[in-house]
Design a protein around this ligand. Structure first.
Ligand code: ATP
Ligand code: MG
Ligand code: FE
Length: 349
């Protein structure tokens, strides 16, 4: 199956062509520069930019893959979750292409894209596996039972891991997005310089939740530390702070992931989302998994953060099982990933 996939759920305008689990072309245009002046993503501005960039991205993607739309087996677009106006641009473009070229249309759940991004580094990967999903908006442990059947076993109670990286980066006066900056600085710092609290989630019986986590307390602890250090020292030890923060987040993620994989008897762990690019996480999780005899997979670096190749990958799994979406499918700002199968069902008119 060869799929053209479109991703416009937030501030990346992305188009890719994926053949089974192989990327034939992948275009990602980030709008970060545009939104930086406003200090965040402005939904109305984002939709307009998608509209301006998408046509060219589709043309480039087909060109690079050296394909004509008639050679595609399906057209996919992220239809949830995300900014409704932005999702609409991608979904309308995909439906139009599907209609004109008489191809099946697939509306894809964005998180399914992140779940399957590791297929791009190991095409032989098959469910069941445990996915550690660590993105800008989510931090979850998801049991991928089969394509379309997902159970969330653990999650953050407040900030997502990527969000914590971004907020701490802001406290350290680093650029946005903060994850890559902290990752880079952490390499030069001492991870034991500042002991920080790992956010534990209490159970009603007084115990500790084995898989859930909390990162807002950690962020507050860094904030207090920064205030204290700024009052007493001239130069903030940014590298040491970055290394100490990263070590704490990574330890929390690794501990919960390994515990969950062992408890549920899942011998393979696939990581997805922007934080999957973090070198500290890659090293620590790989070592911990090896020690327990578990296999861990990470997406190729460029497919950790938002891209359309991972959307094509998810669509390809569905299309190969005969799943297609009706052209009447709408977009939604939210939808639990456990309900991803509701996007398919009725066959095309
Ligand atoms: P979601 O998929 O939950 O809707 P999103 O699409 O915005 O959120 P992604 O694109 O998957 O999120 O990831 C972006 C996040 O990843 C940002 O918070 C960014 O700081 C973080 N990130 C990117 N690279 C790294 C890195 N090397 N280390 C840590 N965090 C990183
Ligand atoms: Mg983004
Ligand atoms: Fe994402």
């Amino acid at each position: 199956t060869t799929i053209l996939a479109i991703e416009t759920s937030c501030d990346e305008t992305a188009v890719a062509i994926v053949k089974k689990r192989q990327v034939l072309s992948s275009i990602v245009t980030s709008q970060i520069e545009t939104h930086r002046q406003y200090g965040g993503v402005v939904p109305e501005v984002a939709s307009r930019q998608h509209l301006e960039l998408l046509g060219e991205a589709i043309a480039q993607s087909l060109n690079q893959a050296n394909l004509h739309p008639s050679q595609l087996d399906g057209i996919a677009a992220t239809c949830t979750p995300g900014l409704v106006g932005s999702l609409l641009v991608g979904v309308m473009a995909a439906k139009t292409l599907a209609l004109v070229h008489e191809k099946p249309f697939l509306g894809v759940h964005h998180l399914e894209g992140h779940l399957y991004a590791s297929y791009l580094s190991d095409p032989s990967l098959e469910p069941p596996f445990l996915c550690l999903l660590v993105s800008g908006g989510h931090t979850s442990l998801i049991h991928v039972k089969t394509c379309g059947d997902y159970q969330t076993l653990g999650q953050t109670r407040d900030d997502a891991a990527g969000e914590a990286f971004d907020k701490v980066a802001r406290l350290l006066k680093l650029g946005y997005p903060g994850g890559p900056e902290i990752d880079r600085l952490a390499q030069q710092g001492n991870p034991d310089a500042f002991p920080l609290p790992e956010g534990r989630v209490k159970l009603p019986n007084g115990g500790i939740h084995p898989y859930d986590a909390s990162y807002s307390g950690l962020k507050t602890a860094v904030m207090r530390l920064v205030q204290k250090l700024e009052a007493s020292e001239s130069d903030l030890p940014v590298a040491d702070l970055a290394a100490s923060f990263q070590k704490t987040v990574v330890r929390s993620l690794v501990k919960r992931t390994i515990r969950c994989a062992l408890d549920y008897n899942l011998s393979t762990i696939a990581v997805g989302g922007g934080v999957a690019a973090n070198r500290g996480l890659r090293t620590a999780l790989t070592a911990a998994a090896e020690a327990e005899g578990l296999r861990v997979l990470f997406p190729p670096m460029s497919y950790c953060t938002d891209n359309a190749a991972m959307i094509g990958c998810a669509a390809s799994e569905h299309l190969s099982r005969g799943h297609t979406s009706p052209l009447t499918l709408g977009v939604r700002s939210r939808l639990p990933v456990s309900e991803a199968m509701s996007l398919y069902g009725q066959s095309q008119a």
